[in-house]
Design a protein around this ligand. Structure first.
Ligand code: AMP
Length: 400
């Protein structure tokens, strides 16, 4: 269905057109009537599905710009998501008089307070800073019409349950609440039960398999050879942007130091950097000024880098969930993407579990460690293949 088939105000349609949004994504089509009608919603949906705009469009429509008060409240788990959400609302609202604003930790509170005292209609926030501001007596929720909990499972993972319950308890009057989550464990069900009023349930995740737009390559490599192998792999690829994940901050630092001589337009990001530096790096990457970004999982969740062609797992991910979130930074909105993961000997049990649980058909670059028929001759042949564009191992099917 096209946005033009909805009864949207002309100025919002114009903004959407400018953003290149013509067809609605499935989540947008499914949730728009519910949100617009003012019903509570519990939606199972992942990032990359277009859920930000799914909320932002009807939310902007609900705001009365003549009323100087917070009318929409969005809670997200991280600063990066906060900024990303804010950026999407800003674009959609660019042709209206609706004023969105984002508050998060690590940014000067005085500046945030000054802005909040002027005029804000939609507030996007991380729970910690929002509670700070509530205690300071800066905020009034008396006019909030709609509260959104985005990435609710992540919000709870970082221990925000009590904070969320406290924040929602500050909205004393009847209002609409929308909850979005990529998974629905028991604590989310409880949160939904406690906070939502007769909600509509919408699920757009049928099975948590890896997206079909991603091809999954693996390389069984000795840790000391990883850098050489990675450079060889990248040389043989048609690259747009590459996101490289490490499991720890110190790995990000040390990989950046050693690989920067081989790759140009590269930077790094992890939670140990200042907020300013993180934001600047995200912006540089998003605008295409960086080709390579080495990151810890700070960048893995939710962030939308739509031009990432390759995701590299320098370190094997902790579990299937982390693999899906990392590799989900590529293959966005139906574009093709490639994931390339280094596997060491001690990762093999996790590797087996991963491909079983996520229904991944692996393509090995070089030796397949699970294939007992790997003779020395095979290994040499396969190793030589590494310098060329990788092909799926024989008998294996691409997840296309
Ligand atoms: P999200 O799941 O909200 O992070 O969105 C993922 C990506 O989809 C973002 O880059 C959005 O700009 C893009 N997007 C959202 N809705 C649409 C749409 N209807 N048409 C095209 N792109 C969209």
């Amino acid at each position: 269905m096209k946005f033009s088939e909805l009864d949207l105000p002309a100025n919002i349609l114009k903004a959407l057109k400018k953003m290149g949004y013509e067809e609605m994504t499935p989540i947008q089509e499914a949730t728009y009537p519910v949100i617009f009608a003012g019903q509570d919603l519990c939606a199972l949906a992942e990032t990359g599905s277009g859920k930000t705009a799914a909320c932002a469009i009807p939310l902007i429509q609900k705001v009365d710009p003549a009323l100087n008060a917070i009318q929409g409240l969005v809670l997200v788990p991280t600063r990066e998501l906060c900024m990303q959400y804010m950026a999407e609302i800003e674009k959609i609202a660019s042709t209206t008089h609706v004023i969105p604003y984002a508050v998060y930790g690590g940014f000067d509170k005085k500046i945030q307070i000054a802005k909040l005292k002027q005029e804000v209609h939609i507030l996007v926030a991380t729970p910690g800073r929002l509670i700070d501001l509530l205690y300071d007596g800066i905020l009034s929720f008396a006019q909030v019409k709609c509260a959104i909990l985005d990435e609710a499972d992540e919000l709870l993972k970082v221990g925000f349950l009590e904070d969320i319950e406290f924040i929602l308890s500050c909205i004393l009057h009847e209002h609409q609440t929308l909850l979005f989550s990529a998974t629905m464990p028991d604590d989310i069900k409880k949160l939904a039960h406690d906070c939502l009023r007769d909600p509509q349930h919408i699920s757009l995740i049928t099975d948590r398999v890896a997206p079909e737009s991603i091809e999954h390559y693996f390389s069984y490599t000795h840790p000391k050879q990883k850098q050489i192998e990675l450079i060889k792999y990248l040389e043989g690829e048609d690259i747009n942007q590459v996101l490289v994940f490490c499991n720890a901050r110190h790995m990000v630092d040390s990989l950046f130091r050693s690989i920067r001589k081989d790759l140009r337009d590269i930077d790094y990001m992890h939670a140990g950097l200042t907020q300013d530096k993180r934001s600047a790096t995200i912006e540089k990457f998003r605008s295409g000024k960086l080709r390579y970004l080495i990151a810890s999982d700070v960048a893995g969740r939710g962030l939308d880098f739509s031009h990432v062609s390759h995701v590299i797992n320098w370190d094997f991910p902790r579990d299937g969930e982390q693999y899906t979130h990392r590799t989900g930074r590529t293959g966005r909105m139906g574009r093709k993407g490639k994931a390339f993961t280094f596997v060491s000997k001690h990762d093999l049990p996790s590797f087996r579990k991963l491909i079983r649980s996520r229904k991944i058909t692996p393509c090995w670059i070089g030796k397949d460690p699970l294939c007992e028929n790997n003779t020395p001759q095979d290994r040499r042949t396969q190793t030589r293949k590494r310098t060329f564009r990788p092909r799926p191992a024989e008998g294996s099917k691409k997840t296309e």
